[in-house]
Design a protein around this ligand. Structure first.
Ligand code: AMP
Length: 413
């Protein structure tokens, strides 16, 4: 198999390239690694490439294409090869096709390892590589147990000089801007396969292997080359090719856009349903809790009110009792006084009645039988009265006569 691995910096191309190389016995060519080695050596190539690499820019096409040619010629590519991080733009892709067709080793396919930007940044800023064996680690997600040494060979762990935030930003921007036309280039050939690059490394490797099986066969590629070299490409061939690439493009749209969108929609629906369920459960739970609290409060209030009412009733009863006692006492006193008064009145009345009765009896008795003494006394009284009367009359007459005599004497004078 001859494949290229595409993906943003930090997408895991290096890791997957290593696994594939081991699995299928393919040669692994990483232009980035070759350039880094040249920079470390301080060779002319390294000196030329360094400023581009340090700023996250692409090294000029003619430099990398020369490197690629040399390596394709020198590496053992009988079992195929994996190009890691090459091509980076359409010009490099077209050149690659030309070189490979000349070598009669046409490309089977292009594998894109797709990873979101946030994960890429975390991977790049934490990335560490062993200087001796090339084993990779990540400070955040997969750190070495020996801290700054390799767990496998004890070698020094180094962070790439271009794995700093500023350069990372540049590299990601460049990848974004040149990737779309590059992906279209392979899509049109029906050779692009996309693999999600997030998750377990082995799962991603399994997905890569699965996609490899869907790439065009060696026979069909060689037949195509034959036709091209003979120049006997018929109109039907061209039509078929266009149709094939259209179908592939449609398939890709389906696979890369519609299916993930459907999947995302289903997931979102599931999440919404679940969340809604959780929410109603939560609401019901909260309502129950609230009801419980309110009931408890109501019970407490009822208890308090009952207690207060009982206390009040007790006080009122006590007061009523006291009032009753007072009233009873006062009433008793009053009754006593009244009884006493009544007794006194009764006594007086009884006495008065008795006296009256006595007097009446006495008078009646006196009327019935007058005594001789009384009669004699009465007679004497009557006699006395008439004697006095006679005396008074005599005196009166005498004084009258005296007055008259006096008057006459005076007149005569
Ligand atoms: P990589 O290890 O693939 O991330 O590459 C590291 C750096 O090497 C990049 O930022 C570029 O400066 C340079 N480089 C690697 N491959 C290419 C390429 N195909 N074309 C141009 N520059 C490249």
């Amino acid at each position: 198999m001859r494949v290229v691995l595409l993906g943003a910096p930090g997408s895991g191309k290096g890791t997957q390239a290593k696994i594939l190389a081991k699995q299928y016995g393919m040669a692994q060519i990483s232009i980035g690694a070759i350039l880094r080695a040249a920079v470390e050596e301080g060779s002319a190539l390294g000196k030329q490439a360094k400023p581009y690499m340090d700023s996250g820019q692409l090294v000029p096409d003619d430099v990398v294409l020369g490197l690629l040619r040399d390596h394709l010629a020198s590496e053992d590519t009988d079992n195929g090869f994996i190009l890691n991080g090459f091509p980076r733009n359409v010009i490099q892709a077209e050149e690659l096709d030309t070189i490979l067709n000349e070598l009669r080793q046409p490309l089977h396919g292009a594998l894109l390892i797709d990873v979101g930007v946030d994960a890429l940044i975390q991977r790049l800023t934490g990335r560490q590589t062993c200087r001796s064996c090339g084993q990779m680690y990540n400070l955040y997600t997969d750190p070495s147990k020996l801290f700054d040494r390799c767990d496998q060979c004890g070698g020094d762990l180094r962070q790439r000089t271009d794995d700093n935030e500023e350069t990372i930003g540049n590299r990601l921007r460049i990848f974004e801007s040149v990737t779309t036309p590059l992906l279209n280039y392979f899509k049109e050939q029906g050779k692009l396969r996309t693999i999600q690059g997030v998750g377990e490394i082995n799962d991603i490797a399994a997905a890569v292997s699965k996609e490899l099986k869907t790439l065009p066969s060696e026979e069909s590629l060689q037949a195509e080359l034959d036709k091209l070299s003979k120049g006997d490409v018929t109109l039907e061939d061209l039509e078929r090719k266009v149709l094939e690439s259209l179908q592939n493009a449609l398939g890709n749209v389906n696979k890369e856009v519609i299916e993930p969108a459907d999947e995302a929609l289903k997931k979102a629906e599931k999440v919404v349903t679940k969340e809604a369920g959780k929410l109603s459960k939560k609401v019901a739970k909260a309502a129950k809790k609230e009801a419980k609290v309110l009931k408890k409060e109501a019970r407490a209030i009822k208890k308090k009110v009952t207690k207060a009412a009982k206390k009040e009733v007790k006080v009122l009863k006590k007061e009523a009792k006291a009032i009753k006692k007072k009233v009873t006492k006062a009433a008793k006193k009053e009754v006593k006084v009244l009884k006493k008064e009544a007794k006194a009145i009764k006594k007086k009345v009884t006495k008065a009645v008795k006296d009256i009765k006595k007097k009446v009896t006495k008078k009646t008795a006196a009327k019935k039988k007058p005594t001789t003494k009384k009669v004699a006394a009465k007679k004497a009284t009557t006699k006395k009265k008439s004697a006095a009367k006679k005396t008074a009359t005599r005196k009166k007459t005498a004084s009258k006569k005296k007055v008259a005599k006096k008057k006459t004497t005076t007149k005569k004078k």
